[in-house]
Design a protein around this ligand. Structure first.
Ligand code: NAD
Length: 316
C-alpha cells in the first residue's frame, strides 16, 4: 500500500468520502448493505423503484436520480446487468447527464458487473479521459456470497487504484485478486467460467455414460475424485445426487449458479474468443449447449442440471 496520501485519499490510501452505489439488485443490494454495516456513508440508486424500497428497508440511503447519487461521491460503484447498461450510464442518455459528467473530478469508478472485456476497457478509457480513475472488479460467489460478504473479486486496475479499492472489496469479499490492468478482472472471470462450463458438461456426460455402462454414481465419483478427472464440477458441484450432499443436485437443482448466468458468461467468453481469434472449439460449443439449456427451462435451475438434458436426450 502507498505510503503517501493525496487530498482525496484517506490515511490508509482508500478514497475518503461517500460511495455512490448504482444497481441495487440481487447482488448489489446485499453488497451495499455490507458497506453500510461497515460504517461507510453510501447513497444508492436503481432505476427500479422496488429495488430502492428494498434497499431503504435494509438501511441504505437512496437518491432520486443517478446524478444526485454521484454528486460529491469519492467512489462510484456499479453492479449492473450488462456492459450496455454500464456504458449508457457512464455516457448518459438524452434524458440526462452521464455519471462521468455528474461525478466530481478524480472520482474512482469501480465496476463490479460481469461484462465483455472490450466493454470494460472502453468504460475505463472513457472514465480516464473524463479525468477519473477506473477499476473493473467482477465477482464470483453469487447472492449467498454477496449477503455473507464472502465474494471473490477479480480486479483489473492500475496498482495504486487497486490498493485504493482493496479495503472496500475486503468488506464485501473474502478473496481479492489483482489480475492486471484495465479489463484483466473481466478476462480472468470469463476464462475461469469457460473452464467451469466445459468441465461441468464433461463431468455430466461421464456420469450419463457411466449409467449406460452399469456403473454406480458413487463408484465413478470415488475413482474420478481421487484421479485425473478431479475438478470443482465433480467434487463440489457434483451433478448427481448422493456423492456430495451439499451440491444442487440434492435439492432438485435449485441454484447455486443459475443456468442463465452460465449462458451469459459463456457468451462473454465466446465474444472474447472471436475478438482474439483463439482457435477454441469447446468454449463455443459449451456456449451453444448452455444457451439451449437456458432457453429450454434451465435458466433458473443450477447449471449442473445440464446432466438431465444429456440424460433425456440419451434415451433413458
Ligand atoms: P439484477 O438484475 O438483480 O440487478 C441489476 C440491477 O441494476 C437491477 O436492479 C436494475 O434495475 C439495475 N439497473 C439497471 N440499469 C441501471 C442504471 N442505469 N442505474 C441504476 N441501476 C440500474 O442482477 P444481479 O444478479 O444483481 O447481477 C448484477 C451483475 O452481477 C450482473 O452483471 C451479473 O452477471 C453479475 N453477477 C451475478 C451473480 C448472481 O449470482 N446473481 C453472480 C456473479 C456475478
Amino acid at each position: 500500500m502507498s505510503e503517501t496520501t493525496t487530498p482525496e485519499q484517506g490515511q490508509s490510501g482508500e478514497p475518503a468520502g461517500t460511495i455512490a452505489f448504482l444497481g441495487l439488485g440481487h447482488m448489489g443490494g446485499p453488497m451495499a448493505a455490507n458497506l453500510v454495516k461497515a460504517g461507510h456513508t453510501l447513497t444508492g440508486f436503481d432505476v427500479v423503484p422496488a429495488a430502492l424500497e428494498t434497499a431503504r428497508a435494509h438501511g441504505i440511503a437512496t437518491a432520486d436520480t443517478a446524478a444526485e447519487a454521484v454528486a460529491g461521491a469519492a467512489v462510484v460503484l456499479t453492479m449492473l446487468p450488462s456492459g450496455k447498461h454500464l456504458l449508457d450510464a457512464y455516457r448518459g442518455t438524452a434524458g440526462g447527464p452521464g455519471l462521468l459528467e455528474a461525478a466530481p473530478p478524480g472520482t474512482l469508478f469501480l465496476d463490479c458487473s460481469t461484462i465483455n472485456v472490450d466493454e470494460a476497457r472502453e468504460a475505463a478509457e472513457l472514465a480516464v479521459a473524463a479525468g477519473h480513475r477506473a477499476v473493473d472488479a467482477p465477482v464470483s460467489g453469487g447472492v449467498v456470497g454477496a449477503e455473507a460478504g464472502t465474494l471473490t473479486f477479480m480486479v483489473g486496475a492500475l496498482p495504486e487504484d487497486f490498493e485504493a479499492v482493496r479495503p472496500l472489496l475486503e468488506i464485501m469479499g473474502k478473496r481479492v485478486v489483482h489480475c492486471g490492468g484495465h479489463g484483466a478482472g473481466q478476462a480472468a472471470k470469463i476464462c475461469n467460467n469457460m473452464i467451469l462450463g466445459v468441465s461441468m458438461i464433461a463431468v455430466s456426460e461421464a456420469f450419463v455414460l457411466g449409467e449406460k455402462l452399469g456403473l454406480t454414481h458413487q463408484a465413478l465419483f470415488d475413482v474420478a475424485s481421487a484421479a485425473s478427472g478431479q475438478c470443482w464440477a465433480l467434487t463440489t458441484n457434483c451433478p448427481v445426487p448422493g456423492p456430495v450432499p451439499t451440491s444442487p443436485a440434492n435439492r432438485d437443482y435449485q441454484p447455486g449458479f443459475a443456468g442463465a448466468l452460465m449462458a451469459k458468461d459463456l457468451k462473454l467468453a465466446l465474444n472474447a474468443l472471436e475478438s482474439t481469434g483463439v482457435a477454441a472449439r469447446l468454449g463455443p460449443l459449451a456456449s451453444e449447449i448452455y444457451d439451449t439449456f437456458a432457453a429450454e427451462g434451465g435458466a433458473g435451475r443450477d447449471f449442473s442440471g445440464i446432466i438431465t438434458d444429456i440424460r433425456d436426450k440419451s434415451g433413458h
